[in-house]
Design a protein around this ligand. Sequence first.
Ligand SMILES: [Zn+2]
Length: 301
Amino acid sequence: MTDELTQVVQWLGLRLCVPAEWEIVRHSLSLEQGSLVFVDRRRETLRIYWRDCETMPDLNRMVSDQRSKDVVEFAGATVKNLSGYAGWQGTIREEGPEKRSVHAVKYDSPTQRLIQAIITEASEAAACKSQRAALLNDIKVVSKANEARDFCAFGLNVTVPLGFRLLKATAKPADVTFEFAEVDTKHSRPTGKGVTVHRMGMAAAWVPEDKQQLLVKENPQISLRNFQGISRGKHPAIVAHGQETRPRLLSMLGVGRRGDALLWHCEKMNAVYSVATRYLKRTPLEITALSTPCCDEGRND
Ligand SMILES: [Zn+2]
């Protein structure tokens, strides 16, 4: 277990690094409290929980409750204290030489967030120790969940302007979509601005020569015009501007929204990236200014 932690994950104001082959199998979008669950090819490896806590909870009490629970529920197990990991406290439950469950907890005062990590280890203790240290050391609380701007998961990497919330994340094999909407924090109301980012994998097998047609197909709810070839980093891209065509939203908002769309093919990632925006005419949103890097050659920032 000495896999390097090369996969960066950013989610609702948390940042962590995990081995490349770990996958997220469960994710929540809740700002106040939620979790991310990771697996490798065989089993669950890591769970991260977050919870808003205005005042610092009694961590010693939490750890001692966990210890008592483990002692009762896992009669044959040895429960030790987790020590030597800066900022973290917790327990290590050992059920055998190659079966351990590490429960770690920490409180981040600046953001008033409680973070819990459960690491499941399935190799000898010595082999797991350096990875455990690296995992815990790399779990950072970047911001409050409602101020999170960087989202990096499922092969998508998106930075949205402050005030945008992740409304939906759909991750299917080789097909990932994130949908964001701007929320007026004072009134918790949508402002009419939205961003959708879609990553379609296995592109070599299906990507058409005609990207304009693909852009139109991707955005059936926008009547697109003014197609233009631009570059996204070093990749050729196509952008178009238009008007949303959904009558339900027209009536809800009283006015039609603008809609812009951008699409490019990244050969290095073997994927097509499609970005779409919605906004009202008086509050424009520049689609080409959104940061959605595919690879180091696709950076536009
Ligand atoms: Zn690229």
